[in-house]
Write a protein that binds this ligand. Structure first.
Ligand code: FAD
Length: 410
């Protein structure tokens, strides 16, 4: 088992020839629904490819939740290629390694070097605040798009094609991209029926702690001084923790069984409840959690891979969580959405005649669906591996990981 995402780095290179700035000679008006990371990356890539882009977002302002995110080399490579290399360097932390520990005593069971990603895959591994990544993508998309905020899409006519907004306004275009997230409305239009995402049995608490609190504590100082990403594996639960924002903030994600208590898919969680859920973790974890005043709680959803992402009219297509929501256990949800955008933009930069649209959209699905389906599957597999109950299987897992660690550190 390889708990990392490095293997994904080869994907984009395999799946696309490098986009070389080519512009489509037939220009489309593309309507993108959703201003998440996927929608913004799509706006950048399609705009860059010469198309006109209007992006619709139901929220009144652009924002992202207060949490960290991992940017693996398959994505940092794209962001650099798009010109965001310096911006990334300013706001990220480059982790040296991923270290997995036993939950109850902190004993180290796995070590994977991350500092050599640039050598191995041509781009670094980064940790970043979600708002900072969202802003980088916004800045990349802004020159190419008309952004409509407070513009909830309530209906789609896939044949015209057009979207209807909550205000009653109808906007016509040539292609609609559903980048509207895990609760996608557009997905229902593409499939012709609703197919809600499924609970995975897990939920996540997320919190950010100011790093100076850790630096003032001799037991916790090392978590900031040495930029490792630390994972603790326990029965039915795991934690991932790492520094963000030039090591000024410390991000912590705590995965635990979903007790069904959250009505919405993300909500304010109780910090005391979180501490109780992880009370049997090693003392350093308990100390870390004592610094958390408030937490966000996420119900984690995914779905079986869809058979298609394209409406039969070939004028509505899905991207990101709208078509392939996944558990975050390979840190690839946003990564896959951004890769989707890169491939779609690259393909549609070749459009010279409207009759080619169907073939190019189909090529997008053919290139992307198997890769995202496999990533969804592997993310589910990590759920089993990370959460093994104490016993023979867990001992076997740890022994295998220790062996790999010794080889890595030799
Ligand atoms: P979203 O971000 O959900 O964006 C959808 C947008 O569409 C929203 O802004 C919404 O308001 C808008 N919208 C919805 N419906 C409408 C409508 N009808 N009209 C107008 N607008 C609409 N991924 C990684 O790559 N690395 C990680 O380390 C990582 N860690 C994660 C940790 C956790 C705990 C979780 C929960 C996820 C993590 N992910 C990670 C996954 C990542 O967050 C998602 O995959 C990614 O944000 C999906 O982006 P998206 O643009 O497809 O959808």
């Amino acid at each position: 088992h390889q708990p990392l995402n490095a293997a994904n780095a080869e994907g984009v290179a395999k799946h696309t020839t490098l986009y070389d700035g080519r512009k489509a000679s037939h220009r489309l008006h593309v309507l993108v629904v959703g201003c998440g990371m996927g929608g913004l990356a799509a706006a950048h890539c399609l705009g860059q490819a010469g198309h006109k882009v209007t992006l619709f977002e139901s929220a009144a302002s652009i924002s992202e939740v207060g949490a960290g995110i991992q940017v693996t080399p398959n994505v940092s490579r794209l962001l650099r290629r798009w010109g965001a290399g310096e911006a990334l360097e300013r706001v990220t932390v480059r982790p040296e390694a991923l270290v997995f520990r036993r939950y109850e005593d902190g004993d180290r069971v796995a070590y994977t070097r991350l500092s050599n990603m640039e050598e191995q895959y041509g781009a670094p591994y980064y940790h970043i605040h979600r708002a900072d990544l969202h802003k980088i993508l916004y800045d990349l998309a802004a020159p190419f798009m008309t952004l409509r905020l407070k513009a909830t899409v309530v209906g789609v006519d896939p044949n015209t094609p057009s979207v209807t907004l909550a205000s009653g306004e109808v906007v016509r275009g040539d292609l609609i991209i559903g980048a509207d997230g895990v609760k996608s409305l557009i997905q229902g239009v593409v499939l012709g029926h609703t197919n809600p995402a499924e609970p995975t049995g897990d939920a996540a608490y997320r919190a950010i702690i100011p790093s100076h609190l850790l630096l003032n504590d001799p037991d916790l100082k090392g978590f900031v001084d040495i930029p490792e990403m630390t994972g603790w594996m326990g029965p039915g639960r795991h934690i991932m923790a790492y520094s963000i924002r030039a090591k000024k903030e410390f991000n912590i994600v705590l995965i635990h069984p979903d007790n069904g208590s959250v009505e919405s898919w993300n909500a304010e969680g109780s910090a005391d409840r979180m501490r109780a859920d992880f009370a049997d973790f090693e003392p350093r974890v308990r100390k870390l959690l004592s610094f958390v005043d408030s937490t966000l709680k996420w119900r984690l959803m995914d779905r079986q891979p869809l058979k298609t992402w394209i409406h039969p009219s070939s004028k509505v297509v899905l991207l990101g969580d709208a078509c392939h929501p996944m558990l975050p256990y390979r840190a690839q949800g946003a990564a896959m959405a951004i890769e989707d955008a890169a491939v779609l933009g690259n393909l549609l930069s070749r459009l010279t005649d409207p009759a080619q649209l169907k073939t190019l959209i189909q090529a997008y699905e053919d290139l992307r669906l198997p890769r995202t389906a496999e990533t969804q599957r592997q993310s589910r597999l990590n759920q089993k591996i990370f959460h093994l109950p104490d016993g023979p299987e867990q001992e076997k897992r740890d022994a295998g990981m220790r062996q790999a660690m010794e080889a890595e550190l030799r």
